[in-house]
Design a protein around this ligand. Structure first.
Ligand code: NAD
Ligand code: UDP
Ligand code: UDP
Length: 320
């Protein structure tokens, strides 16, 4: 019998990157389910205000720590979300980005191996690079430039997946790997440079909307609440299901369509301008979520327009 069952204790969950956009929503959700949450963050892109409403809650504990260094605690589950996710942030210090993914994975997997904790990796649709298979299925190996400006993130995340599967095969660590597609919602950093936050902030301030390239490149946008639900369900799947599993919303939009939708929802008079496309920018992205539907009994429920309305309201509050 496990310690948890024997003493009827709460599940102890470690959330790395817990002060970030996704991590803070995950901490909040786990606390609602009465997990003991240990939030670990080095505050590179995370913010205290994302978790300040959780401070003082007896189920919540905050630790300032960098995952590239070893960390010791006794826990039951690890959600490994530490890593800057927006291209300007992960390209700011690319060596640290790779270290965060690779050394961070080694340390968290070492922790899982020692404690017997189940560990979930927040991987990414970027493992597919600039995909030639569309929509992307988990069996697709991807099309990634190993030496470009996105490689620190893409290859770091790919190597982390390798480490997860090798710790699973070699040391029987219980792993769960989710490949997250573009997710948006409240608590995205207003200046993080990602397309949803950029367009909304530009529209609200009356600044020009900056489309990179001709705006025909596509992305699929998942609202944060849908994503968190999938993460929670994934962690509860039987031990023999490791993933990788795509988590995202299969609705596919061009960046021009996204700009027009945000202009119409905000009623902004901002003008659309075109700027150079960054190198290696994927031309298309859309998840095939058949596996998530089958194994997690999950599919996203929130339409882009509804999720954008919530996100716009959040950013309006940030500007005031
Ligand atoms: P975010 O930048 O808001 O959060 C990342 C968090 O990790 C921040 O709080 C940051 O301070 C922390 N962090 C960074 N390096 C660290 C380190 N070395 N040690 C400890 N903490 C560190 O980004 P997000 O959108 O919340 O993304 C969270 C995770 O989900 C990332 O791993 C990201 O790769 C993955 N992901 C996100 C998306 C998305 O669309 N949001 C898509 C695919 C994958
Ligand atoms: N590690 C950690 N916390 C732990 C256990 C291990 O941070 O509770 C780190 C440890 O410092 C090591 C890494 O995880 O660098 C990998 O651990 P593993 O046991 O796989 O490797 P080893 O220690 O045998 O090199
Ligand atoms: N993008 C854009 N204008 C911006 C920011 C981003 O046109 O102000 C484009 C970017 O070139 C990419 C898409 O929007 O094609 C999504 O960019 P984001 O950085 O949000 O995510 P990722 O490229 O990692 O999917």
């Amino acid at each position: 019998m496990s310690r948890k069952d024997q003493y009827a204790l709460n599940t102890r969950a470690l959330v790395t990157g817990g002060a970030g956009f996704l991590g803070s929503h995950l901490c909040e959700r786990l606390i609602k389910e009465k997990y003991d949450v240990l939030c670990l963050d080095n505050f590179f892109t995370g913010q205290k205000r994302n978790i300040e409403h959780l401070m003082g809650n007896s189920y919540f504990e905050l630790v300032r720590h960098d995952v590239t260094f070893p960390y010791y605690a006794e826990i039951d589950q690890i959600y490994n979300f530490a890593c800057p996710a927006s291209p300007p942030h992960y390209q700011y210090d690319p060596v640290q980005t790779t270290k965060t993914s690779v050394h961070g994975a080694i340390n968290m997997l070492g922790l899982a191996k020692r404690t017997g904790a189940r560990i979930l990796q927040a991987s990414t649709s970027e493992v597919y690079g600039d995909p030639v298979v569309h929509p992307q299925v988990e069996s697709y190996w991807g099309n990634v430039n190993p030496i470009g400006i996105r490689s620190c993130y893409d290859e770091g995340k790919r190597c982390a997946e390798t480490l997860f599967f090798d710790y699973h095969r070699q040391h029987q660590v219980e792993i769960k790997v989710v490949r997250i597609f573009n997710t948006y919602g409240p608590r995205m950093h207003p200046n993080d440079g990602r397309v949803v936050s950029n367009f909304i902030m530009q529209a609200l301030r009356g600044d020009n909307i900056t489309i990179y390239g001709d705006g025909s490149q596509t992305r699929s946008f998942c609202y944060v609440d849908d994503l968190i639900e999938a993460i929670v369900q994934m962690m509860k799947t039987p031990a023999d299901f490791t993933g990788p599993v795509n988590i995202g919303n299969p609705g596919e939009f061009s960046m021009l369509e996204l700009a027009e939708t945000i202009l119409s929802l905000t009623g902004s008079k901002s003008k659309i301008i075109y700027q150079p496309l960054p190198s290696d920018d994927p031309k298309q992205r859309k998840p095939n979520i058949a596996l998530a539907k089958e194994k997690l009994n999950w599919e996203p429920k929130i339409h882009l327009r509804d999720g954008l309305k919530e996100t716009i309201a959040y950013f309006e509050g940030q500007i005031k």
